[in-house]
Design a protein around this ligand. Structure first.
Ligand SMILES: [Zn+2]
Length: 186
């Protein structure tokens, strides 16, 4: 059995799971182990694009299973404090690097950058200009991380979600609408 760690975004949450390829599996199976590991088992030659598509179709069911598991006091293995500590510094580095990159264009001032372990919140910007980001930026696809970073940076100019704000975002992330859909609806 081959095992790989993957991350998918379902309804605004980064869901990390173990993808297991098994020669004995006849169909795709999703389960949460007693220890809190979310596993997706597929037959060996199962085509990769179908895996994410299947998970998106089952997003409601998967998130319900996670909620029930968490309500019983469980915590998904991948969301432990150890996972946070493992990725926190990479997230900080990514935030600094990408902020500097995009700010060549915007040229706004900002304060401290902090990295936090949050469930559904991806980032925020305080009135005083401190930026806060979810550590999972380090494990989601690059275009998602970039969007979140630009979003918070643009709040330095527009502290709202007005048309003027989205116009600013669109200057460096022209496809932000699709990315927002990907974050919220998938
Ligand atoms: Zn915002």
């Amino acid at each position: 059995m081959a095992k790989e760690v993957k991350t998918i975004i379902l309804c605004n949450r980064a869901i990390t799971y173990d993808l297991k390829k098994s020669s004995r599996a006849k169909r795709m199976r999703i389960s949460i182990g007693a220890g809190g590991a979310l596993s997706v088992t597929v037959p060996y030659r199962f085509p990769e694009p179908f895996i994410e598509r299947f998970m998106r179709e089952k997003a409601g069911w998967i998130l319900r299973q996670i909620t029930v598991f968490e309500q019983r006091g469980g915590r998904l293995t991948r969301y432990t404090r150890a996972h946070y500590l493992e990725h926190k510094e990479a997230a900080r580095e990514l935030a600094h690097t990408r902020l500097a990159h995009f700010n060549q264009f915007y040229n706004y001032s900002y304060g401290d950058i902090s990295i936090r372990d949050q469930k559904t919140r991806w980032g925020s910007c305080s009135r005083s200009g401190n930026l806060n980001f979810n550590y999972k930026l380090a494990v989601v696809p690059e275009h998602i991380a970039d969007y979140v970073i630009v979003h918070e940076l643009c709040h330095r100019k527009e502290f709202n979600h007005s048309k003027a704000f989205w116009d600013l975002v669109a200057r460096t992330i022209p496809n932000h609408k699709e990315i927002r859909k990907e974050l919220k609806l998938l």
